[in-house]
Design a protein around this ligand. Structure first.
Ligand code: ZN
Ligand code: ZN
Length: 253
């Protein structure tokens, strides 16, 4: 199917992974749109639900947890402006070496409607080693060591927290896809299909599909015009042979 045919036949109902201006460092905005901008975009695309999920606090441009009340107020305002869209406050936490393997503690997690989690280049995550290995500059032995360590940390994060979505698994960090898929199945964690990243690719997704997991498609939008985009990710799912009934936020038009 071409991307056009995909868009004519299927639509996305919810986007649980978008970034806003709360992903920022000083004057640099990593996410370009306000919360209102993302919600307006969700409304225009006909989404029933959208989540604001800025980066965890250990990211260079991670969100400031002290601003959660301000984000909540803006979400309330956006839901009054666009009552057809249900808006959630989530976070894209970083998987790091901590008590619960995330850069938001258990009590901080409770301030969000839900927590997504993924690997990024942040302190406490084999940052430099993962970065070099992922650029193809690690020895085979280093890659295998990282694959083991990264996988163990993901499993710890999945079993120590209630994570809704494992974001772009296998991107920025080598992992054992089969072991991660098994942990997602056991913890009811959605596996994200996210065409914005190199992984998961179709080969990776075939491994996940062999396990009892559900999938979710996210835009991972960093600007409002990208909120709700799904066609490339759905094409990737089809390339991996994933049945659309296993994707929680896609329906036929
Ligand atoms: Zn991410
Ligand atoms: Zn993201």
């Amino acid at each position: 199917m071409t991307l056009r045919e995909i868009e004519e036949k299927y639509r996305i109902t919810a986007d649980y992974h978008t970034h806003s201006v709360y992903s920022r460092v000083g004057p640099y905005f990593h996410g370009k749109g306000s919360i209102m901008d993302n919600v307006r975009a969700a409304h225009e695309k006909g989404l029933k639900e959208v989540a604001i999920t800025d980066h965890g606090p250990s990211d260079f441009y991670g969100l400031d947890l002290k601003l959660i009340p301000k984000m909540r107020a803006e979400i309330e305002e956006a839901m009054r402006a666009f009552p057809d869209v249900k808006v959630y406050l989530g976070v894209e936490a970083d998987i790091v070496d901590s008590a619960n393997a995330l850069d938001v503690s258990t009590s901080e997690s409770a301030e969000f409607d839900f927590v997504n989690a993924g690997y990024h280049y942040v302190p406490g995550s084999n940052m430099v080693k993962n970065f070099l290995a992922f650029q193809g500059r690690g020895s085979a032995a280093t890659v295998e060591e990282l694959r083991y360590d990264n996988t163990q940390r993901i499993i710890k994060a999945l079993t120590s927290n209630n994570i809704k979505i494992l974001t772009h698994p296998g991107d920025k960090a080598y992992i054992d896809e089969a072991a991660v898929a098994e942990a997602c199945a056991e913890t009811d964690t959605l596996v994200e299909i996210n065409a914005r990243h190199r992984h998961p690719n179709a080969e990776d997704l075939k491994i996940y599909a062999a396990h009892d997991v559900k999938f979710v498609i996210s835009s991972d939008a960093h600007s409002p015009d990208k909120v709700g985009r799904y066609a490339k990710s759905l094409a990737l799912a089809f390339a991996a042979g994933i049945d659309v009934s296993r994707i929680v936020n896609i329906e036929e038009r």
